[in-house]
Design a protein around this ligand. Structure first.
Ligand code: DGJ
Length: 725
């Protein structure tokens, strides 16, 4: 129980307002309390104003958990320290004021709390510099039921000229725990989302990206911080953090010699700056936090629930099953090829056909990745009847029609580059550094911004188009703009990403019924900054199911299954059943030339997709995820999803090495529930290996005694439904 009377009072007020017990006049409380609690169902971030007027943190974790005793002037606990006036570690904010003063000293000015609805409360804490007309408003949106707190800062000034910001954390909380274990998700093209955990030691550990565009290529901006030993799945104090930003980011974990840790999270200050005009507001991206004492499993369920409700588009809608042509045809197709794929798409029960790269460019046809980007006119030789013809042919067969675009990019071999070489991001006096033979367009330039929007608008406005895959295949290595003034070149990549979000937001607003997949040469954009405008993301170009088990496992910590596109392909030449079973645990699609599939295999694929749509998809996409056996530690991976009412579950088992995992114990079931055990997706002529297949078993027995592992050999797999009748 929390002993601090003021904190108790604030929490009561907050709880009352969250549950709508306060009348309208009171629901927007404007007070000046010395203690401020940002509370969710099980957690609270507790702040206090010190005698010196600065804002300090007392703790973040369990409601009523131990709070730091604030010592006046104990600056290590200052919640959002500015650079240059007494605080001597890496500050949350660094600014050069108009007169050249490089210090900022922020003092509490006021606080207000608004109840947005029964689940969301917005707290704004205004801090003002003690000398300059310079304000930082710290904003906290607390999502009560999901135990998620979203934090960002709004920075403004009225100093009569430009103020330069060199540091601009979205959030920089401090912790005082026995030990800190940090898990990151690193990788590269076709090997994304690898997990590695390490114990933090005094000093600063930085997880970052300097890529500017498609910045999660080597690591996505999410992490797990375990506060009591290595993270565990079902127990222990853990924090999940995820930055809503698609550009360069920095997650810096600065530990001092007294075991205090500050987690500075935000846009990367390295190589980036903001020139802030008077009365302009610079709003940092949001930083999402969730705290739980129930381990990483609960952390994931908090994020998943938050994402479905608030973080992505159409969180409650079933994702369409796609047939994509990329792995089947590459750039080599024409009208006839594409139309001939439609019948197969129907046969396997796909909902949407997605036409990938290669459909555009005339003077510089997009026949490979050397040319055409920027020239978004349909290629008349390949597709003489145009896109709307293809879309209508798909629609006539009951298929939605999807299209691939990469609107931020340009090939030097294009009409666009010939006309506007200055539109590409580049450095003067340096030779162009191409990657995948292309350059990024400079979205800080308004004409480019407009052009990119027109590409999106025209393509998605084509009659019959109802799905888009938005790709981005290179990052920035020469961050120069021919548009920005010489002294504001470091603003480029920040301006770029805000401009990008404006276009994405316009797309989401104008085309609310168009499904949208976020792709970036595989998983180069895996963050909730962009994902809020999309329905799903393409996690990796690696579709070999044996690798996908690991890749999907990594992503699953922060992204719900409905956002993770998983396509059945020939990659790796694995058994079809294994490939299907791996794809079924996420947003299933297919990328195969169905014309070349043997009739038996086509039938097997069709049955798997019908099963997925009828019996599995809603459990996977809307259910709670329980990770049971990690492929990092076991010869098999096992996970199950459970519907919110716990009446149905689906268990996936993937053997990634020969071996025997003993018992597999599902979780999240109703102990009293009576579940029928039913192995599904068994190819014709095969039988379940479960001794209790078809039997009814109660939830408690299933969870305590488990099922004997059905798979032993590499690439064996099982999908087991558990349902109450
Ligand atoms: C990279 C994507 O990840 C692939 O799926 C495909 O769309 C290609 N780009 C097309 O160029």
């Amino acid at each position: 129980m929390n002993k601090h009377p003021l904190l108790r009072l604030t929490l009561c007020l907050l709880a009352a307002s969250v549950f709508g017990e306060m009348d309208g006049a009171l629901s927007s409380a404007r007070a000046n309390p010395p203690v401020i609690a940002i509370a969710t169902a099980h957690s609270a971030l507790t702040l206090a104003v010190g005698d010196d007027g600065r804002l300090y943190e007392l703790g973040y974790g369990r409601i009523g958990g131990p709070l730091a005793q604030l010592q006046a002037g104990d600056r290590h606990a200052e919640f959002y320290p500015g650079f240059g006036d007494g605080y001597f570690r890496q500050a949350a904010l660094q600014a050069t004021h108009t007169d050249g003063n490089t210090s900022t000293d922020l003092r509490f000015a006021r606080q207000e709390t608004d109840v947005i609805d029964t689940n969301i409360t917005l707290t704004r804490i205004e801090l003002k510099d003690s000398y300059y007309p310079f304000t930082v408003t710290l904003c906290f949106k607390s999502f009560h039921d999901q135990d998620v707190i979203e934090q960002w800062a709004e920075i403004s000034q009225d100093e009569g000229g430009l103020v330069t910001l060199h540091g601009f954390a979205s959030s920089a909380p401090v912790f005082d725990a026995p030990s800190y274990w940090l898990t990151q998700f690193y990788g590269d093209w076709a090997r994304e989302a690898n997990m590695v955990e390490e114990q933090l030691r005094p000093g600063t550990k930085i997880l970052d990206s300097d890529l500017g565009v498609r910045a999660s290529r080597y690591r996505f901006p999410s992490f797990i911080l375990s506060l009591d030993g290595p993270a565990r799945e079902n127990a222990g104090d853990v924090l999940g953090g995820s930055l809503e930003w698609s550009g360069s980011y920095q997650l810096a974990f600065d530990m001092d010699s007294d075991n205090h840790l500050r987690a500075l999270c935000g846009i990367n200050p390295y190589g980036e700056a903001v020139h802030l005009k008077p009365r302009e507001i610079f709003k940092t991206p949001g930083m999402l936090w969730t705290w739980t004492d129930q381990g990483t499993g609960q952390m994931t369920r908090n994020f998943d629930d938050w994402a479905r409700r608030y973080g992505i588009r159409d969180g409650a809608k079933a994702r369409p099953v796609l047939l994509n042509n990329w792995e089947a045809t590459g750039f080599n197709f024409n009208d006839e090829t594409i139309v001939s794929l439609f019948d197969g798409a129907r046969e396997i029960h796909a909902d949407t056909f997605l036409l990938d790269d290669g459909w555009f460019g005339n003077a510089h046809p997009r026949n490979d990745d050397h040319a055409g980007l920027g020239d978004w006119q349909v290629n008349r030789r390949k597709l003489p009847h145009g896109l709307s013809y293809l879309a209508s042919q798909a629609n006539r067969r009951g298929l939605n029609f999807g299209i691939w675009i990469e609107p931020e990019m340009v090939n030097p071999q294009s009409d666009l580059f010939e006309k506007h070489p200055e539109w590409a991001i580049q450095q003067p006096h340096r030779s162009l550094d191409l990657s995948r033979n292309q350059l990024d367009l400079d979205l800080s330039r308004p004409a480019v911004d407009k052009f990119v929007w027109h590409v999106v608008d025209d393509t998605l406005g084509t009659p019959g188009v109802g799905f888009v895959k938005w790709d981005a295949n290179r990052f920035v290595t020469q961050p120069g703009s021919t548009y920005l003034p010489a002294d504001q070149q470091f603003d480029l990549l920040i301006d770029y990403n805000f401009a990008l979000y404006r276009v994405m937001a316009q797309m989401a607003e104008k085309f609310p019924d168009t499904w949208a997949m976020l792709c970036s040469g595989g998983g180069g954009r895996a963050d909730y900054g962009a994902l809020k405008y999309f329905d799903e993301l393409w996690p990796s170009d690696n579709t070999d199911p044996l690798r996908r088990v690991f890749i999907q496992w990594g992503y699953s910590y922060f992204f719900p299954a409905e956002t993770l596109c998983a396509h059945i392909t020939h990659s790796g030449n694995r058994p079809l059943k294994f490939t299907e079973d791996v794809a079924m645990s996420a947003a299933l699609g297919v990328d195969m030339d169905l014309r070349k599939l043997k009739p038996g295999k086509l039938q097997q694929l069709a049955s798997a997709i019908a099963l997925y749509k009828d019996q599995i998809r809603d459990i996977v996409e809307q259910g709670d995820l329980y990770r049971l056996l990690s492929p990092y530690d076991n010869p098999c991976a096992a996970l199950n999803y459970v519907t919110p009412d716990r009446s149905r579950a689906v268990l996936f088992v993937y053997q990634i090495k020969d071996g025997d995992d003993g018992l597999i114990k599902p979780q999240g079931l109703d102990p009293q529930g009576q579940y029928r055990v039913h192995e599904v997706n068994l190819p014709a002529g095969t039988q379940s290996r479960l001794s209790n297949d078809g039997q009814i078993v109660d939830g408690r027995t299933l969870m305590q005694q488990g099922l004997p592992a059905p798979c032993k050999k590499t690439c064996d797999s099982a999908v087991i439904e558990l349902f109450e009748e």
